[in-house]
Design a protein around this ligand. Structure first.
Ligand code: BES
Ligand code: MN
Ligand code: ZN
Length: 501
């Protein structure tokens, strides 16, 4: 990794590679290139599949011994599920399954591209092929003393399509690079990603990517009145940062603002979490990682919209200097917040980030945050919650996520629940009375800082991390949100002025 992609129109039986991967539709219908494998083994492929209980379920693979009967040295079948259920996502997941099977070879050829029916957009399918290979084969080996990195260098895509398909393969490769950066950032232990180090890693990533990067620290955070960032950060030896990123292509006619939660470790602070709840809390900067990763791809993808991004970075720790339950913070936009639970810290730093975003007078805002356990209870580990102040903008983000193959689902922002976050002593409190509907009260809290700018909040607490390998996800950080953001920014349309669809 990373791999290179070459498009060839050679016949499947003659293409030279260490491995030829061909698709099969469930329950056992040969896909493109599979006849070549069938011929190579003298016509017994269907019987061989039955013998091996291979039913071509999505992601299922089966090695077929071909004894030199092909241009490729070996062959593997990959399941695509039923032909009439085939989507771009199935192609992406099948490419990921091949990638996992191909870590011991240098080159793999595949006929996957031609498995898609004509109704599916050829560019989207080609992009999914390169994303699947790059993301499914991802490994985080930084701290493994017996690391066996994947040997895969080259993917030969057998099929037709010319320049359009080549451009789409390259697009998938660029996007995957951004996703992998975000995965690495999430997988990095908190000890190696203090706010200072995390901010520095963003600066390094974005060099030469057409993005201006400004890092605020110490006295600058005070001067800018970033009371949420300072308050959450005050308990840690590792002092907070706020990274502002600006991508301003010539001739831009619209501006989108992004905000990402960058809690490099969430202990809960004085409202400390139980040990089990802390195990994965290095993931709590997944929103910031997705935003930074996405920023790194905009220039290479030729995005025409201006994008301004803010990622507050803090470590939430208990200590003699930590913020206490009952303390009141003043956020950038002047609103005051009573902090009743120091573990509801994400919304405090996002409040500053969103206030700054509004000041840019953007056409729309998206924030991404591993914000609430309640969202994971509601939607599980694979689906992000989508909350919005503007139906049309919500639909636009939802559609981009669907095209990108990331699952999101709408949750409401019920105005009637605003009373649950009213404070006795300040403008707002940072937890909802009663504790029910925690994803919604968190969303309502954020809404108090977005003014009337069309805004979408993605609660990625579930999908920022994968508990097991699944499709393009590899156990650990997923980089969730990067693909949605780049798809959204590549196709951005200004939301309507009246908040409707
Ligand atoms: N970072 C957590 C949310 C989280 C929980 C993300 C589980 C991923 C998995 C957030 O800062 C948090 O602690 N939220 C609290 C809010 C509560 C105190 C109102 C929660 O969800 O329990
Ligand atoms: Mn927390
Ligand atoms: Zn948190």
């Amino acid at each position: 990794m990373p791999v290179t992609f070459t498009l060839v129109s050679t016949a499947a039986d003659r293409v030279e590679a260490d491995l030829l991967a061909v698709p099969v539709f469930a329950p056992g219908e040969l896909g493109p290139g599979a006849e070549a494998v069938d011929r190579a083994i003298g016509g017994g492929l269907v019987a061989f599949m039955e013998e091996a209980d291979f039913e071509a379920k999505p992601g299922q693979t089966l090695a077929v011994p071909t004894n030199g009967g092909l241009g490729a040295k070996a062959a593997v079948l990959v399941g695509l599920g039923p032909r009439d259920e085939l989507t771009v996502d199935s192609i992406r997941n099948a490419a990921a399954a091949i990638s996992r099977r191909a870590t011991k070879v240098k080159s793999v050829a595949t006929t996957l591209l031609d498995a898609a029916p004509a109704e599916l957009d050829k560019s989207a399918v080609a992009q999914a092929v390169s994303e699947g290979f790059e993301l499914g084969g991802y490994q985080y080996l930084e701290f493994k003393s017996d690391a066996k990195p994947s040997k895969l260098e080259r993917v030969i895509v057998v099929g037709r399509g010319g320049a359009r398909v080549n451009a789409a393969l390259e697009r998938g490769r660029v996007i995957s690079g951004a996703v992998i950066w975000a995965r690495n950032a999430v997988n990095t232990p908190a000890a190696q990603k203090s706010p200072e180090a995390f901010a520095k890693s963003a600066q390094i990533l974005l060099r030469g990517k057409g993005v201006k990067v400004e890092v605020l620290e110490g006295a600058e955070l005070k001067k800018e009145k970033l009371g949420g960032v300072l308050g959450v950060g005050q308990g840690s030896e590792n002092l907070p940062r706020l990274v502002k990123m600006t991508y301003a292509p010539a001739g831009a006619r619209a501006t989108v603002a992004l905000v990402g939660k960058g809690v490099v470790f969430d202990s809960g602070g004085l409202s400390i979490k139980p040990a089990s709840g802390m195990e994965t809390m290095k993931t709590d900067m997944g929103g910031a990682a997705a935003v930074i990763g996405a920023m790194s791809a905009l220039k290479d993808l030729g995005v025409k919209t201006k994008v301004v991004a803010f990622t507050p970075m803090v470590e939430n720790m208990p200590s003699g200097t930590a913020i206490r339950p009952g303390d009141v913070l003043k956020i950038r936009n002047g609103k005051t917040v009573e902090v009743l639970n120091t573990d509801a810290e994400g919304r405090l730093i996002l409040a500053d980030g969103l206030s700054l975003a509004v000041e840019e007078e953007p056409d729309a805002i998206v924030d991404l945050a591993t914000l609430t356990g309640a969202c994971v209870v509601a939607l599980g580990e694979k689906i992000a919650g989508l909350m919005t102040s503007h139906e049309g903008w919500g639909d636009q983000v939802h559609a981009a996520a669907d095209r990108a193959g990331e699952q999101v689902w709408p949750l409401p922002l019920p105005a009637a629940y605003n009373k649950l976050i009213e404070s006795e002593v300040a403008d707002l409190k940072n937890i909802g009375t009663g504790g029910y509907g925690g994803a919604l009260t968190a969303g309502l809290f954020l809404q108090a800082f977005v003014g009337d700018v069309p805004w979408v909040h993605l609660d990625i607490a579930g999908p920022a991390r994968a508990a097991a390998d699944d499709g393009v996800y590899v156990r650990g950080g997923t980089g969730f949100g990067v693909r949605t953001l780049v798809e959204l920014l590549s196709t951005f349309k200004k939301p309507s002025a009246n908040g409707s669809r």
